[in-house]
Design a protein around this ligand. Structure first.
Ligand code: ADP
Ligand code: MG
Length: 566
């Protein structure tokens, strides 16, 4: 600490690169400060710092961090608190460009495992990674401004946010218990034969299309009697709500009655939510995947023959590749990849589907003969996917009755309130011709695609350059990976992490022998054991990474245009 102070005195007023010498580790008694990377100039991305509070001083009780899920909730809680603290001090130190910035990850409505804050299971020590804009006037070092940040502001932030005695202990306990309940509920789904659960009183709609906060004055969710289930959780007995059974579930209703809102809440139900979100007890099986049409995406050697055969250009749909998929082929590939990846619940909204992938009506079948139509629509496969492979579908379809015959339960949304209309809809459907399907049975849903080994970089100049493009994608060298339509990515930090993971897989996992499923399993195991530091190489671990789900790792690899399949 004294050493840092001395150095600051010596470099004051010098030109900016003299800051570089500050890289290192400093003992602040109550915590350690690591200056891991120093920015090149005041306008560059801010410098990277790490604060480490030893467990005996942070003193969080063991129950808050020993189980992994609790620990993630604790980390999230601490990071939010630290964010508030830095918010009080950012830009208080003055200078040009990014001088005086103090920032950490900004957490949204979901609780994610982030590198921004890590608590060690072994000893309860707390690490926070933050960015600080080292102050300068023009390019002249303002060391006394940095002194303010490192010796006044930062110690305050640490003191107010990272010690058990400083945080609101009741609030912390509630946050961890709620996370525990959500996890337990997700575990219970399968025992109860449920694909998803929506508690009575849940608030599903969001404030606006660009805000993830709950809508004020929304109609609270209320389960129809027929689907009501009561669940007991560790900290919440007798939680009542709608259980959506496994199988084929159809959500119908007039336009603007809340169908997509329900489905979107289910998409997010794979994540744990913070108290007050409104979707705390909207829980979906962990492997649920939202599927949609995504024309323009890249497809590398995917077997889409379950849905598409006999293309006019004689392209082989058992190993289908294209750099520019159509609506229907992209959705077929999305389904094929998701089920091969192990997803047990598929979520589909007509709003974002290719119509010809979903249905084909009677009249069209009469006019355009079957052998002129390469597509076997989803309506003809949805039962088989469940009956033979145990893969459930929850589907929003307000415009076509074609799914009435194949659905196990039909829910109608009426002014944001769900009703079960299975009987009446099935009766009405009886007068219509039976769905005919003469396509061959599905034999397997497993794709056996073996990614080719890639060259490992030999020196620093060869190293792949990763550039984040926010929530929607990234560049791996010059190759853009577009993830805009992977809708269950909820945070740009997940995208950033996916970039590192993909790069790691390319350099270390793809070997020309293992198939893609094995490759993803391997990297997931590594992440489970060692976290993001296992895959994010470099001189220091960035503080802006959030661990994605296995499903999104799959989705990312599948969209990588550089993926070469043997
Ligand atoms: P649909 O898919 O049936 O056409 P949406 O789900 O898109 O309808 O919902 C239409 C509008 O109603 C959206 O603006 C949404 O925010 C709002 N909405 C949805 N659910 C509720 C609710 N429970 N209470 C109030 N407004 C809601
Ligand atoms: Mg809709």
């Amino acid at each position: 600490m004294r050493n840092l102070e001395q150095q600051l005195g010596q470099i004051d007023g010098k030109s900016y690169p003299a800051y570089k010498g500050l890289r290192g580790q400093y003992d602040f008694q109550e915590y350690k400060l690591f200056i891991e990377h120093v920015q090149g100039d005041p306008f560059a991305s801010p410098s990277k710092l790490r604060v480490e509070v030893p467990g005996r001083l942070s003193a969080f009780p063991e129950w808050t961090y020993q189980k992994k899920e609790n620990r993630i909730a604790l980390q999230d809680f601490l990071l939010r608190g630290f964010y508030q603290q830095t918010g009080r001090f950012t830009h208080k130190a003055k200078g040009s460009g990014k001088s005086g910035v103090m920032s950490v990850s900004r957490c949204g409505q979901e609780i994610l495992e982030r590198t921004g804050c890590e608590v060690k299971a072994a000893d309860g020590s707390v690490t926070v990674r933050l960015e600080v804009g080292f102050p300068a006037n023009g390019r002249r070092i303002q060391a006394m401004e940095l002194r303010k940040i490192l010796f006044e502001f930062l110690p305050m932030c640490v003191k107010n946010a990272l010690y058990y005695r400083a945080v609101d202990q009741k609030k912390l306990e509630k946050a961890i218990w709620l996370a525990e309940d959500q996890r337990e509920l997700r575990n219970q789904l399968k025992e109860h034969g449920l694909a998803a659960f929506v508690a009575n009183g849940a608030i599903l709609p969001r404030e606006s299309g660009v805000s993830d906060f709950p809508m004020k004055q929304a109609v609270a969710f209320r389960s129809p009697k027929e689907l009501e289930v009561v669940l007991d959780l560790p900290h919440q007995k007798g939680l009542t709500g709608m259980g959506i059974p496994e199988g084929v579930t159809l959500i119908v209703g007039g336009g603007y009655h809340g169908k997509s809102t329900l489905l979107q809440a289910l998409e997010r139900g794979v994540y744990t939510h913070i108290p007050g979100d409104g979707r705390e007890y909207v829980i979906t099986q962990e492997s649920a995947v939202k599927l949609r049409a995504e024309d323009g995406r890249n497809i590398s050697s995917v077997d889409i023959s379950t849905f598409i055969n006999h293309l006019p250009n004689k392209k082989d749909t058992h190993k289908f590749s294209t750099m520019d998929a159509s609506g229907s082929t992209s959705q077929a590939a999305n389904v094929a990849e998701a089920v091969s990846g192990g997803s047990r619940v598929l979520l589909i909204d007509e709003d974002t589907s290719a119509t010809n992938f979903m249905v084909r009506d009677e009249l069209m079948q009469r006019v355009v003969h079957r052998d002129k139509e390469p597509i076997i629509p989803y309506v003809e496969r949805v039962r088989e996917l469940y009956d033979k492979f145990g893969i459930s579908t929850i589907l929003v379809a307000g415009s076509s009755g074609a799914y009435f015959q194949v659905a196990d339960q039909i829910i109608q949304m009426d002014t944001y309130v769900p009703y079960v209309i299975t009987e009446t809809a099935k009766q009405a459907a009886q007068d219509y011709p039976k769905l005919s399907c003469d396509a061959e049975e599905i034999h397997t849903i497993k794709q056996n695609r073996i990614p080719c080994a890639a060259k490992k970089p030999q020196n620093d100049r060869d190293r792949t350059k990763i550039k984040g493009l926010g929530r929607d994608g990234f560049l791996l060298n010059k190759e853009q990976v577009e993830l805009r339509f992977v809708e269950q990515i909820v945070d740009g930090e997940q995208t950033q992490a996916l970039a590192s993971i993909l790069n790691y897989m390319k350099e270390n996992v793809f070997d020309g022998k293992k198939n893609l499923d094995a490759c993803v399993a391997e990297v997931c195991q590594l992440l489970e054991k060692r976290g993001m530091s296992a895959v994010a190489g470099g001189a220091y671990l960035p503080g802006n990474l959030a661990v994605p789900r296995k499903e999104e790792i799959y989705a990312c690899v599948n969209r990588y245009r550089g993926l070469k399949i043997q």
